[in-house]
Ligand binder design. Sequence first.
Ligand code: ADP
Ligand code: MG
Length: 713
Amino acid sequence: MALSTPACGLCEVHAESTFRIEGMDCHEEVAILEKRLTRLPGVHGLAADVVGQRLHVKHDAARVGARAIAEAVSGTGMRAWLERDEATPPPSATSAWRRRLVVASGLAVAGAVVLQAAGGPPPLVVAAYLAAIVTGGVFTVRRALVAVRARSLDINALMTTAVAGAMVLGEWFEAATVVFLFALAQWLETRSLDRARRAIRALMDLAPAEARVARGGETVRVPIAQVAPGDRVLVGPGEKIPMDGVVAAGHSDVNQAPVTGESLPAPKAPGDPVFAGTINGAGALDVDVTRIAADSTIARIIHLVEQAQAQRAPAQAFVDRFARVYTPAVLVLALLVGVVPPLTLGEPFGDWVYRALVLLIIACPCALVISTPVSIVSALAAAARHGVLIKGGLHVERTAAVRCVAFDKTGTLTRGEVQLLDVIPVDGVTPAWLLATAASVERRSEHAIGRAIVRLADEAGAAARAVEGFRALPGRGAEADVEGTRVLVGSHRLFEERQLCTPAVHARAAAIEEAGRTVVLLAVDGRVVGLFGLADVVRPAARDTIELLRRHGVGRVVMLTGDAEGTARAVAREVGVDDCLAGLLPEEKVAAVEALKRRYGVTAMVGDGVNDAPALAAADVGVVMGAAGSDAAIETADVALMADELTKIPFALRLSRATVANIKTNIGLSIGIKAVFLSLAVAGAATLWMAVVADVGASLLVIGNGLRLLRTR
Ligand code: ADP
Ligand code: MG
């Protein structure tokens, strides 16, 4: 039997994946697939639907992912596509059964002990111990068989062997207590891990099950699964918003904390996006649904967190490597201890075989294996509850190591809610025409400046015009055809590059920059017709955030911006960054991030997911702000802040540091306890039940310690 990494059987992320299988037409093929897939460690169950050519796989996502399963299928000549995968909590029916069995086992042990003490007939005592072993051991034996069939030695197999050995030696009390304690521990572990996972599911429960939908002049209650994009749902004061959508009518303040972690309610007016699961304030809102329930932002967050939890953290790789050596080594030691002293020194067999059995239990690296996942699962759940989506253990570890943070300016350090301070026509056009023309182009833009110009034009009541051929020029501006003329909007630098900037225009632009404002120029058919001077407001939390980052040991805080030097300096001074690099195009931001990494070590970049995507990807940790509305932003980020709250960045840093420290404590604890009991066992000073108590105790200690992270605030 080949030795593979023994797993706890508990530290699993249960997942169920459905594949479409091309080439699975008859039962022989199902048999082939079964043979192939059950050999994969971590695959627990298969159900094939030959007619629908679907294969439903239950697996431990922490050990075998959907891709590995698909690859194994292609090894048989068939092809598999993933249709759907969901991490699911283990069914509660089994957990109820387990509880009953654990209780039965405990009662049987107690009964046996009392019977023995009262001098009851030995066969009856043994029968009571046997009852404890059978009730407490069914799950363990079943899992042990699965493991052995998959040619791996897991904790269940080791426990089963140890208990069988104890029974052979006639150590009934020991055998029964080991079984009972182990079953109890497993049940407790599953429950506490479920608690961590449920912390995420609990977010989901926040969305109501039904929505009030306006249909054909009347209002009907409809289950949210039947509400489609385009439907209009009505949300009364104090109600939860059932679906993602856009406000069609009404004004209110919405508590978005469940999705974004924001502490303050967000004002909502027609046109603003709202999210399922958030809580409406005093006003009534009519919401036009934009996504089906399964695609809502909160559903996506939950899905992503569950995926992230299934990913192995780098610390886990260390643990796996350690366990791969540790377990076989202890098994070899057990074999030597059980055989060598009796054969060479003439010692009694029973005594040394007993010590070997104790070693078998100590060989289970249960607490060690669980030490990393439990911390990561708790940390990711705690983060999500604060509106911070961390994409996996790897990113937690990297965030904990951050030494340098680079911020984008517009929309990140500043609000991106630009005020229009100067409108300067150059060529006989009116200011109103200038604004309306710029807004026509910017209507398609996702840039903060673009959105601001549109807002300002709307406020001024400018009429929309026909626009074609829009093109964003990242870090520079945008262009489009407006009613047959080519319109270009963008930065001073863009206009210099295109040689559209006359000395007179340049002088005006420079004057606006001097005042610390952002300049946007506008050209029609290659002729500059006007300039805008825009002022952005620095986020009130920016200064404190940067201060907090420094206090958390970030040595260098830098601002990267595509804006002009003068404007950038003014903002840099206001927020208190160490350095500021201005006039950067997107690719130059990438180079700047690379340089920061070389110079200061692990570097995080904070920006918006659309405009700053390349620099975010170049950084060790890409942090996106205000991601709640944008799938692209959530996708791009390593760490996505659902709200526009800068203070979540020091929070993410603190949480990551705490998590890494927590993992280290856990690994240290579990290895330390093992080391102590290993020496005690060889010396003959440890009994079977003590070894189990130590193992169970270590696991529970590690879990308890990991779960503490759930309460991080
Ligand atoms: P930041 O790094 O401050 O976020 P960007 O790199 O996004 O800035 O943009 C740099 C400059 O390019 C802006 O200051 C602005 O002058 C110009 N710009 C970019 N996009 C647009 C747009 N859609 N409309 C007008 N100007 C734009
Ligand atoms: Mg920006």
